[in-house]
Ligand binder design. Structure first.
Ligand code: GLU
Length: 278
């Protein structure tokens, strides 16, 4: 099977050297493999943070950097009906429940263990009286949809594994996430749902992403197993740091590809600064 990789940025700002590293990491792998494909996906389901002009700028910045991609660019906000189908499937299996808690409610619940994404949800709305749940839904109360993780894990093999490049098969530890959100209060789907769905829908065989998201692969493996989607291999790469030793972020304007281009830096030099000298 030919290698398929992807770069999947969120259009919440301009790309910086850290993104260039991630994009080049995936692109080089695809281009080095016979018949390999490199896909580009815009992860824009967060209406509050994503802006169309940043999506346009991403394509321009990547092309300037010397990257090309195969096929159409996939845009997540255009796939909402597909995400809805997946949510309906999980709901029909009894693995999804509405959660009316705000962040403040969860913080107030206190003493929640900390997971990779903050306090682990204590499961308050999983235990909600069914009549009360129906009444709140009927009243149009804002809610997220959460996965009943214990229910999901009960249907899967006891030891769930994933293939990490250069390491081999490793055991997943999804419990640390608790009942993850699959549809947000403010968006019809969530990062974990969309990214897992799209990697499967696009036939991605090697998921490459920063080491900061390595744990996310554990919970995404649960969704793949539940929904019968193929298990890709994973390669988590290191994160570039700025002069202050902290990982680069969008707030570091000076490291944006746009700023480098405006300062007259040529693309080959930027590729080298991103860790991929020609
Ligand atoms: N869209 C995610 C981000 O920009 C990355 C997607 C992934 O590789 O999982 O952080």
């Amino acid at each position: 099977m030919a290698l398929v990789t992807r770069f999947a940025p969120s259009p919440t700002g301009r790309l910086h050297l850290g993104h260039a590293h991630a994009a080049l990491f995936a692109w080089r792998r695809a281009r080095a493999a016979p018949g390999g494909r490199f896909l580009l996906r815009i992860e824009d389901i967060d209406p509050a943070r994503c802006r169309p002009e940043f999506a346009t700028a991403i394509l321009e910045d990547l092309a300037w950097l010397g990257l090309d991609w195969d096929g159409e660019v996939r845009v997540q906000s255009a796939q909402l009906a597909d995400y809805r189908c997946v949510l309906d499937r999980l709901a029909a299996e009894g693995l999804l429940y509405p959660c009316f808690c705000s962040r403040a409610d969860i913080a107030r619940a206190g003493a929640a263990p900390h997971g990779p994404e903050g306090p682990v949800y204590p499961g308050t709305c999983r235990r909600l009286d069914p009549a009360l749940r129906e009444a709140r839904l009927a009243a149009g109360a804002p809610h997220a949809l959460r996965l009943d993780l214990a229910g999901a894990l009960a249907r899967l093999p006891r030891r769930l594994e994933r293939e990490e490049e250069g390491v081999g098969r490793i055991g997943c530890r999804p419990e640390a996430f608790g009942d993850v959100v699959l549809a947000r209060r403010d968006a019809p789907a969530s990062y974990h749902l969309c990214v897992t769905h799209d990697d499967a829908a696009q036939g991605v065989t090697l998921v490459t992403r920063g080491a900061d998201l390595a744990r996310a692969s554990d919970i995404q493996r649960v969704l793949q197993a539940l929904l019968g989607w193929p298990a890709p291999r994973y390669a988590h790469h290191g994160l570039l740091c700025g002069a202050d030793g902290r990982r680069l972020a969008k707030r570091d304007g000076a490291a944006s590809l746009a700023a480098l281009r405006e300062a007259g830096t040529d693309p080959a030099a930027v590729r080298a600064r991103a860790g991929f000298a020609d």
